[in-house]
Design a binder for this molecule. Structure first.
Ligand SMILES: [Zn+2]
Length: 336
């Protein structure tokens, strides 16, 4: 557990990582391998502390994600269990992994080469129509919420791959959920929402919104990506878009093919930069939740993307905004 954060580029605050599902589950096979340890370097998956430090990855929104079965059976219980796993990493880390609730805590973690983890729910399945759970999860550190994963909740509808898109947007409880997130200071995340839900959320939220892990539809026409109108709408709220590194969301052919050049990743950043400027684009790698370009491989490969952005002529100020400034600006505004 040694090492300091690579500061060749500004520290990256990533919009979306799924490592908790990877570090708590056993790797399949016989005999089954023990769960991997976030604090120890591994060859598996994309993120652990040593690789994050080498890659200049200072922290992320740590996704609490539930499988269909868990969401149906006991969403509150499983969400609490995953959050407890995150707190346990922090307990064992000797201050090198921190659960952060404020922007100041995130910046302090960057300065100390500690990993800044902020809780987000990828799907509001653990929240009931009463919204009572939301307040308690907020107190536990929840600072970002996507109303759905790629399925429906009582609040909204997600884009499930291959199925027809539901035509309706936020439900009446969904509108109350948006208002309560605005009141408490929880960032709303539109990644995974169907288009009708997206536009309802844009209209309802008083705060800036984010797409924590979505890419550009003009380059890859995947249903999970954002069209130019949606990108402009997020920018207009003062929000930000984290570019997703999933091969199928990057590639024009939408194939799960890891032979995807770094330059294609950078083209997604450049598209948003050209469209709405440098204050609305960020990283949203989806590490440990998908397959990413082989050239990047894992968190240690992030400097390749920063180098490629720099080579395109983006300034130090733009890089700072892309790497962490944009998400942290939104956080500062929403968390209050
Ligand atoms: Zn996702």
């Amino acid at each position: 557990m040694t090492g300091t954060l690579n500061r060749e580029f500004p520290p990256i605050f990533d919009g979306h990582e799924d490592f908790i599902t990877q570090v708590r589950m056993r790797t399949p096979g016989f005999p089954p391998k023990p769960p991997r340890d976030f604090l120890v370097e591994s060859e598996e998956g994309h993120v652990d502390l040593p690789r994050a430090l080498r890659g200049g990855l200072g922290g992320c929104f740590t996704s609490i994600y539930l499988t269909d079965e868990r969401a149906e059976m006991n969403a509150v219980g499983y969400a609490m269990r995953e959050m407890d796993d995150v707190f346990t990493i922090a307990d064992r880390s000797d201050g090198r992994f921190r659960v952060c609730r404020t922007v100041a805590e995130v910046r302090d973690a960057f300065a100390a080469s500690a990993f800044a983890s902020v809780f987000m729910f990828e799907g509001a399945d653990p929240i009931s129509w009463s919204l009572k759970e939301l307040r308690v999860f907020y107190e536990a550190g929840l600072r970002c919420l996507a109303p759905t994963w790629s399925r429906s909740t009582i609040f909204a509808h997600g884009v499930s791959f291959g199925d027809a898109l539901p035509a309706t947007g936020l439900t009446p409880p969904g509108r109350r959920l948006v208002a309560e997130c605005n009141r408490l200071g929880i960032i709303l995340d539109v990644s995974h929402l169907n288009p009708a839900g997206f536009w309802d959320l844009v209209a309802e939220s008083h705060d800036p919104i984010i797409a924590s892990h979505s890419s550009v539809k003009a380059i890859s026409p995947h249903v999970r990506n954002l069209d130019d109108e949606q990108i402009r709408a997020i920018a207009k709220t003062g929000g930000a878009i984290g570019i997703n590194f999933a091969n199928m969301f990057l590639r024009p052919d939408m194939k799960r093919d890891s032979d995807t050049p770094v330059d294609l990743v950078v083209q997604h950043f450049a598209h948003v930069l050209n469209l709405v400027g440098d204050e609305h684009v960020a990283f949203g790698t989806d590490f440990d939740g998908t397959d990413v370009p082989g050239a990047i491989k894992d968190a240690a490969g992030l400097p390749l993307v920063c180098s490629a952005l720099k080579a395109r002529g983006y300034s130090e100020t733009s890089l700072e905004r892309i790497c962490n400034g944009n998400f942290l600006r939104v956080a500062e505004e929403v968390w209050k």
